[in-house]
Ligand binder design. Sequence first.
Ligand code: NAG
Length: 328
Amino acid sequence: MPVRFCSPRFLVFIFLISAIPIAYIISEERAVPTTHVFHYHSAGFFRECAKWDDQGRRFLVSFLEGGVGEIRVPDDYAPGPGDVVLKEVTVVKDFDLAGNSSLGIAIDRLRNRLLVVVADLLGNRYSGLAAYDLSSWKRLFLTRLSGPSDEKSFADDVAIDAGGNAYVTDAKASKIWKVGADGEFLSIIRNPLFTPKQWYKTLVALNGIVYHPDGYLIVIHTFSGNLFKIDLAKGYEVKLIEVVGGSLVFGDGLDLISPTKLVVAGNPSGRLVESSDGWETASVVGKFKGPIHRLSTAATVKDGKVYLNHLVGMGYPKKTHALVEAVF
Ligand SMILES: *[C@@H]1O[C@H](CO)[C@@H](O)[C@H](O)[C@H]1NC(C)=O
């Protein structure tokens, strides 16, 4: 037991939660948001990732207790004061994966499916990638990435390339697993650049990942704030993207707004990063402060607007989560 609860990620999580005084939380909860917020009632307190499904007109969210939910946005939804609180409906509850968390998710539009990263949050003894049909929610594959006899791992986020290959980050051992379009395990991408020299910067390693339409991955290393470009056509050549204008430390989930604009969720809630040279260099050009106490963990783009997922739901008896529009 003590070993499990010593998982660095869990400790960091507890540290972040306990560092925020209750009075502050109450005042933050009472504050009127400065941007639009989709609120939804949920069965759970923790939702790690949210992605907007444009065709389904719904947000898809991953449950830290395991599973996936959908939050449908009605056609006549009118944003503004007193707008309706939406409702989360569970669409995936996979009994084969009981005891594991669902983390990063990615919509594979071409193949009409959702990829879901699965990991054992406390023990770091299981990591996997599952795919579910977006219409029937039938499971299409479940690929084991690591087990009890492998090095400790924590699968965290996923991106899909044009051919349907998936790339899953390991926030614990700082590597990337590659899984083929049919769920076959292909390879592991490692690089010395993925491991900072200072031990305290290794506690939460590779995290948010996106696929850029020009054929490379962009990945963030949370505790160092390093942003990497990984060229898929050049044998996974890894380059450190030179970032000016601010730090990306505590960066978590990523999403591309356009080929030159990237949003980084985390703390601060949202950072806007731009590049004009194909992500060799980039600059932090905007910051957005949302409800910090709810911990922003993922970003998604809905009809051209950025929405930030927040890990922590609040309220009693009904837990309410917030998808907060980030304006830079
Ligand atoms: C996570 O799922 C795997 C695969 O089914 C299972 O072997 C493992 O025991 C689960 N982990 C936990 C912590 O229950």
